[in-house]
Design a protein around this ligand. Structure first.
Ligand code: NAG
Ligand code: NAG
Ligand code: NAG
Ligand code: NAG
Ligand code: NAG
Ligand code: NAG
Ligand code: NAG
Ligand code: NAG
Ligand code: NAG
Ligand code: NAG
Ligand code: NAG
Length: 576
């Protein structure tokens, strides 16, 4: 005991008096070349302050995943027995050895990191470029995203001290470029909001959806039509502790007057003053200047408040740079005593635009939220099998989407056509190169691959996690944006639609004294299958149309997953 104390003191005084020891570095992550779509501008100014994140190695991710599956498999004795914040933290926390090893390296350099996750695995430090270059053996430079003109500071490679290997998981933002390349709905301007006909609820899809001046080929849809299509009840939710979170990034916020106008037009049976709560993460803002309303946020809010009747909705606006903001948002929610039971997000990237370490860390955070009872719902992407590539670009293999490839999220593809749906041609789907196929979808995906035969061989990774898991309507959603009537299309329409269904089911479950749905996939692929209409037709497109992508088939397929939801069947499956 005494001896150990002396050793610590001696080590400390050496640090205080002497110069920091130069540590030997080893390359930790790198990019071979500047990622497609970016151009080197030049060195970053040496005194520019970088807001860096350090992800520490968590002590027991396998245990967390094991616990998550125990809680989520409908046949498990632990089904629905969600973990507390402290229990999740116990898996996600770094060891004390990791914490002190990393802290002593930082303090040796006069730095003091702030833990921004309650498990202590996600640290923030502000460091000037010159120092970051020395510390990390990096070359932070300015890169231009040619399509948007946006400039970001990144490095093609960075190192960590050799003795911190096994303690530091990754540093961000470093080699993950992916600035400003999220998918977003295609929005078409229709005209003034006064032009809308009277929407009236009906259980008959044709009667509910084909109103007087609805185009027959690509009908315009709205909440009462979607309610008829999927049998979604209009009866208000009753459980006030149940809520739905819609998370937005990069200053995309919704407008309350747009929502009010929307509800007035499309949910005449609801109180049009029904609104949403607002939560800011990383200084996320909430401009209510109507000319600054975001198409994505307006769509997400209108189709959650407008479909999840009576479920409290919170718009979570996250500032900070993308995609680091994704992890900041997950860390903030993990630190809440009552995170939303459903989280809907329509933001995503090509999987290969995000470093594997970053991708795994975010996916693990979603496992943590799943273990807390949160359903994480993502749109599958709008670029068919070519991801966020542009039509004129060629691609040599199909491009999986992130975070849809994470096995702990429920990925939602898009359909079109009324009353019989088929896969929308833009819907993204395929197979991850980062995550292997999880057991819950083994039977479904194996069956699909045997039907697929030799089609597309070599263009996709047959051992990867297949996505999407399910789908929902995604074409010509009437929305009100900036006071005008707009039509939105994309998997961005499908995600909030399905999130609303999950939130309504949670309301009924809680009212019956049962646990919420949490991580959905093990349920969906087992007894949940009969809760979906199998989509049998449609195919998606690939880069420059050099090939078609996948075709919808009987059973699961990588365009529409298990199919589109049937609310009454899901209710019955859940014993409601
Ligand atoms: C660092 O990057 C700059 C461009 O930003 C380049 O000119 C320079 O050669 C690089 N330095 C090293 C050591 O690679
Ligand atoms: C998961 O369930 C199995 C079987 O009941 C049990 O042995 C294991 O300890 C559980 N794991 C966790 C992390 O709860
Ligand atoms: C780091 O900062 C925190 C407060 O932000 C402070 O409590 C702590 O003493 C600091 N540690 C060092 C080593 O400076
Ligand atoms: C977690 O939340 C608590 C209370 O809401 C807050 O005081 C604390 O700063 C948060 N911790 C982190 C790391 O954000
Ligand atoms: C549904 O509504 C359409 C259009 O109003 C009508 O032609 C059709 O007969 C109705 N179907 C049923 C089953 O009531
Ligand atoms: C409608 O909602 C608003 C805001 O919650 C509330 O002030 C108002 O009383 C409600 N109106 C009716 C008729 O319930
Ligand atoms: C939020 O704003 C405050 C005040 O301007 C600033 O100190 C802080 O660094 C910002 N936080 C983030 C995550 O950008
Ligand atoms: C609203 O936003 C627009 C566009 O950013 C801006 O030009 C206008 O000045 C803003 N209006 C107000 C009242 O702030
Ligand atoms: C295919 O997916 C597996 C994970 O299932 C991965 O290990 C492998 O690297 C992937 N192949 C390619 C070419 O990315
Ligand atoms: C295989 O590709 C052909 C077109 O080349 C298509 O007609 C067929 O439906 C595809 N089969 C499957 C199962 O995707
Ligand atoms: C690919 O096909 C789509 C749909 O048919 C069409 O809109 C697009 O212009 C085509 N792109 C190219 C590069 O031919």
């Amino acid at each position: 005991m005494v001896l150990a104390c002396y050793l610590t003191l001696t080590a400390l005084s050496a640090l205080v008096l002497g110069k920091p020891l130069a540590r030997s570095l080893q390359v930790h992550e790198f990019q071979e070349t500047v990622p497609t779509g970016y151009k080197l501008v030049g060195p970053a100014s040496s005194d520019k302050v970088l807001s860096l994140r350090i992800g520490l190695v968590q002590n027991n991710v396998n245990g967390l995943v094991d616990a998550l599956y125990n809680i989520s498999a409908p046949t498990s004795v632990d089904y629905g027995k969600y973990l507390s914040q402290a229990e999740v933290n116990a898996y996600m926390a770094p060891t004390s050895e990791t914490v002190s090893a990393v802290n002593s390296w930082l303090s040796e350099n006069g730095l003091n990191a702030t833990a921004i996750s309650s498990a202590g695995d996600w640290l923030a430090i502000n460091v000037p470029v010159s120092m970051a270059n020395d510390l990390l053996g990096a070359n932070f430079s300015v890169y231009l995203q040619t399509r948007t003109g946006e400039q970001i500071v990144r490095t093609l490679s960075y190192s960590i001290p050799t003795d911190l290997n096994g303690h530091i998981d990754f540093v961000h933002p470093t080699i993950t470029f992916a600035g400003g390349s999220r998918s977003s709905p295609v929005v078409q301007y229709i005209g003034s909001a006064d032009a809308i006909r009277n929407a009236s609820p009906s259980a008959n899809v044709t009667a509910a959806c084909y109103l007087e001046n609805t185009p027959v080929s690509d009908p315009w849809v709205f909440p009462t039509c979607i309610q008829a299509l999927y049998g979604i009840p209009a009866t208000p939710a009753t459980v006030t502790s149940n809520y739905l979170g819609v998370v937005e990034y990069e200053g995309n916020w919704a407008n309350r007057d747009d929502l009010k106008a929307f509800l007035g037009e499309f949910r005449p049976d609801m109180n049009s003053s029904t609104t949403y709560a607002f939560q800011s993460i990383d200084n996320g803002t909430d401009s209510q200047n109507i000319t600054e309303a975001g198409a994505e946020a307006d769509l997400d809010i209108e189709y959650t408040v407008g479909l999840a009747t009576g479920v409290p909705v919170t718009l979570i606006s996250t500032g900070g740079e993308f995609p680091g903001a994704l992890l900041d948002a997950a860390a903030t929610l993990l630190n809440e005593s009552s995170p939303p039971q459903v989280l809907s997000s329509s933001w995503g990237y090509n999987e290969d635009q995000v470093s594997k370490k970053f991708a795994y860390a975010l996916c693990n955070a979603y496992a943590g939220l799943g273990a807390r009872g949160v359903s994480i719902i993502y749109s599958s992407g709008d670029g068919g099998v070519s991801g966020n590539h542009y039509p004129e670009e060629t691609c040599t293999s199909f491009v999986p989407q992130f975070p849809s490839g994470c096995p702990f999220v429920t990925s939602v593809g898009a359909t079109t056509g009324l009353p019989t749906e088929s896969a929308a041609s833009f819907t993204s789907g395929g197979f991850s190169n980062y995550w292997s196929r999880p057991a819950y979808q083994d039977t479904a995906v194996t069956e699909y691959l045997s039907i697929l035969g030799s089609n597309n061989t070599g263009l996709y990774n047959a051992s990867g996690r297949g996505f999407p898991d399910i789908s929902a309507y995604g074409v010509n959603f009437e929305t009100i944006g900036m006071g005008d009537l707009l039509l939105a299309s994309g998997t961005s329409c499908a995600a909030p639609t399905f999130a609303s269904i999950v939130a309504l089911l949670n309301d009924r479950l809680l009212a019956a004294g049962k646990p919420v749905l949490g991580f959905l996939n093990p349920l969906l692929y087992s007894k949940g299958v009969s809760g979906f209409t199998d989509i049998l037709t449609g195919n998606n497109l690939a880069c420059a149309n050099y090939t078609t992508g996948f075709y919808a088939t009987q059973g699961w397929d990588p365009l529409t997953g298990l199919g589109t939801p049937i609310f009454p069947n899901l209710q019955e499956i859940l014993g409601l």
